[in-house]
Write a protein that binds this ligand. Structure first.
Ligand SMILES: C[S@@+](CC[C@H](N)C(=O)[O-])C[C@H]1O[C@@H](n2cnc3c(N)ncnc32)[C@H](O)[C@@H]1O
Length: 202
């Protein structure tokens, strides 16, 4: 789990100076450059989207013919771009997942999850909470992700993570893990990128 860190590091300052809502913008930029996640017109669901750096990046990547829907427990400030929409709710709740699909009018081409649990400071509990969110994101794919679509999930090195990754492998044709330049140096987060979703194997 993330420990103490210098909040106002290089990427924080860069995001602020370029008008992005969070430094996370650069993480998705890095992943997208490597894995070519987005195409014009794609529909993208972003779980744990507040304050909205990923929404800004994905919104630009899919353009106004696409749709980006950001879901979070907390209210996300609305965007001027009408193809970037927000929804308040719990991404673990199947009703909320179905509501997201109804809003988009179809399943999504890409599901993103940058969800992080509220930290308790108890290592095992925090690891379990992080894995539970990753499991919820994977299971949301059953309702929300198109066959052959792509999924990005944030994970933290810790108890249960390796098991989760092994379990997720059969749901995708390709599964890669990526530690990012734009992650904080003190963080033990990494990202799992699944492509070629196999709905029957979730
Ligand atoms: C690191 S932030 C996401 C940053 C975001 N990707 C960006 O680009 O600005 C993690 C978010 O996950 C959200 N979150 C945690 N559990 C959630 C859940 N069960 N459902 C929806 N959002 C959740 C938190 O409220 C928090 O806003």
């Amino acid at each position: 789990m993330p420990g103490s860190y210098n909040r106002k590091d290089h990427f924080y300052n860069k995001a602020k100076s370029q008008g992005f809502r969070s430094r996370a913008y650069f993480k998705l930029e890095e992943l997208s450059a490597k894995y070519k996640l987005f195409r014009t017109g794609f529909k993208v669901l972003d779980l744990g989207a507040w304050p909205g750096g990923w929404l800004q990046f994905a919104g630009k990547a899919v353009g106004p013919k696409g749709l980006v829907l950001g879901l979070d427990l907390v209210e996300i400030e609305a965007f001027a771009e009408s193809h970037i929409k927000t929804l308040r709710g719990d991404a673990c709740d199947p009703h909320v997942q179905q509501q997201a699909v109804a809003l988009a009018g179809a399943k999504f081409d890409v599901v993103l999850s940058d969800m992080s649990p509220k930290l308790s400071g108890v290592r095992e509990a925090d690891s379990a909470a992080a894995v539970a969110l990753a499991e919820a994101a994977l299971s949301a794919c059953r309702f929300c992700l198109k066959e052959d679509g792509a999924l990005v999930i944030k994970l933290f090195k810790g108890v249960g993570t390796e098991e989760f990754v092994r379990g997720a492998r059969s749901s995708f044709k390709k599964l890669a893990r990526e530690e990012l330049e734009a992650s904080r140096k003190t963080s033990n987060e990494y990202y799992l990128v699944g492509r070629g979703f196999r709905i029957s194997n979730v």
